[in-house]
Design a binder for this molecule. Structure first.
Ligand code: HEM
Length: 211
């Protein structure tokens, strides 16, 4: 269950939380949704490959909040040398994606939420397949997540639908999102995000097409 559902729902929550905290980025997502889909249409699967800014925002949320920050532990079958370190056979090895995604030697202003990092030539450079040694939210190597195609479709479709269909407002009169995380196998927001939706589509009947 952790593999496919908790990771996906947690990533949706982190992406929404970061967009709520960054209204400029939220505005760019909405502008793109209006241009690509339009308020007289519901989101369809064929729209998804054209939502470049939304995809960049999801990738940036993944960078700051990788759902499985320590991946799945490795256990080498023989002694090996990595740089100056000897990893003995049988050791339990954790790969800290969370730390590498925030490493100031690898990322400019690493704590800032900036989807633009993943646009243009960087969209292909930082994929989900673990090809980059500085960005691997789905892990890397032979144990890389086998659910990537499904996860990517679900994330893009659900977030596009939520953001295209509604304007969102923080509940309880809050003006800021508390982005404190809670460590665990899956890292979540310490305080669950509570938002109030307001419809933004032209025709109320469009909402039935999602049911
Ligand atoms: C946002 C969604 C998801 C994220 C962030 C995610 C992330 C990950 C990560 C980081 C790993 C460890 C890879 C490694 O250690 O190199 C992993 C493994 C795995 N994931 Fe996902 N995953 C997601 C969705 C899914 C879905 C939808 C499925 C199934 C339909 C799935 C099935 C698995 C399985 C079976 C493994 C274990 C692979 C192995 O150890 O050989 N995941 N996932």
């Amino acid at each position: 269950m952790i593999g496919g559902t908790d990771t996906t729902s947690t990533t949706i929550e982190w992406t929404m939380a970061e967009l709520m905290q960054h209204p400029d980025a939220m505005q760019k997502v909405h502008k793109e949704l209006d241009e690509v889909i339009g308020r007289s249409n519901a989101v369809e699967e064929f729209h998804l490959p054209r939502l470049h800014y939304l995809e960049a925002a999801i990738k940036e949320a993944f960078r700051l909040h990788p759902a499985l920050p320590l991946l799945v532990p490795r256990c080498p079958t023989e002694d090996c040398q990595i740089g100056r370190y000897t990893i003995p056979k049988g050791a339990t090895v954790f790969i800290n994606a969370y730390a590498m995604h925030r490493d100031p030697q690898l990322w400019d202003s690493p704590l800032e939420f900036r989807p633009e990092r993943f646009l243009d030539e960087n969209a292909a450079k930082f994929d989900y397949l673990g090809n980059s040694s500085q960005y691997f939210p789905f892990g890397t190597g032979r144990r890389v997540c086998p659910g990537i195609p499904m996860a990517e479709k679900m994330l893009n479709y659900i977030l596009a639908s939520l953001l295209h269909s509604f304007e969102w407002k923080l509940a309880h009169g809050s003006t800021e999102v508390d982005l404190t995380d809670k460590f665990g196998i899956v890292v979540k927001l310490e305080k669950p995000l509570v938002l109030i939706p307001t419809p933004r589509l032209a025709n109320p009947e469009l909402y039935y097409s999602y049911s």
